[in-house]
Design a protein around this ligand. Structure first.
Ligand code: ADP
Length: 189
């Protein structure tokens, strides 16, 4: 693809004559980042991802390092479980990131960050996060999505707790995640 296509703006992002056409196409695509710990990915996350894929050209499921949350699965394991869960979804890809979310979103030419809202209890934290991210980069919007009502009670934390106590989590996570949970808990982490 050629260079020298002039200067201009695509979706609010400036491109210069030295930008490649590929870069411009990336800017024109409606790209959304869905960030989270995904420790592990659940059917609630997948519900949000599928909804987002109907609205955007590209959905990037971005697995955050989040060491402070002491995740059960390593970053590589969480990313692999997420990648397998979305492998049949054409517009969806997975990635990992560390550092500021807005910087990562800008690097990936994303215009939007998606967060899930399950209940009022999620609201205060998510609201603060969205405002802080807007403060850091006003060009990136945060939008909220609610899952199907049967998933509003679902969280990775609850799934881990149920699995830890020997309960059946097959209704809440894909089969490969259920298997990984069993293996991880059996190995004592
Ligand atoms: P984080 O540590 O960033 O909260 P999570 O993996 O727990 O990471 O969640 C990522 C995002 O997905 C958050 O916005 C969270 O509110 C949302 N989320 C988690 N579970 C569900 C669910 N069952 N339905 C809808 N959204 C969800």
């Amino acid at each position: 693809m050629g260079e020298g296509i002039g200067e201009g703006k695509a979706n609010g992002q400036q491109f210069s004559s030295s930008s490649s056409a590929v870069r411009v196409i990336m800017c024109l695509m409606r790209t959304v980042i869905y960030p989270g710990s995904f420790d592990p990915i659940t059917n609630g996350h997948l519900d949000v991802i599928q909804r987002a894929a109907r609205l955007f050209d590209r959905v990037i499921v971005a697995v955050a390092e989040n060491d402070s949350k002491h995740p059960l699965f390593t970053l590589a394991e969480r990313a692999a479980l997420a990648a397998r869960a979305v492998r049949t979804l054409r517009k969806v890809e997975t990635d990992t990131f560390d550092g500021l979310l807005v910087d990562y979103a800008a690097r990936r030419h994303a215009q939007v960050i998606i967060r899930g809202l399950r209940a009022v209890s999620d609201f205060e934290f998510e609201f603060q996060l969205a405002l802080m991210n807007r403060n850091l980069n006003g060009a990136i919007e945060t939008i909220f999505m609610t899952p199907k009502d049967t998933y509003t009670f679902l969280s990775s934390r609850m799934v881990k707790e149920i699995a830890r106590l020997g309960g059946d989590v097959s209704a809440f996570v894909p089969p490969h995640v259920q298997k990984a949970l069993t293996g991880k808990l059996r190995s004592g982490r």
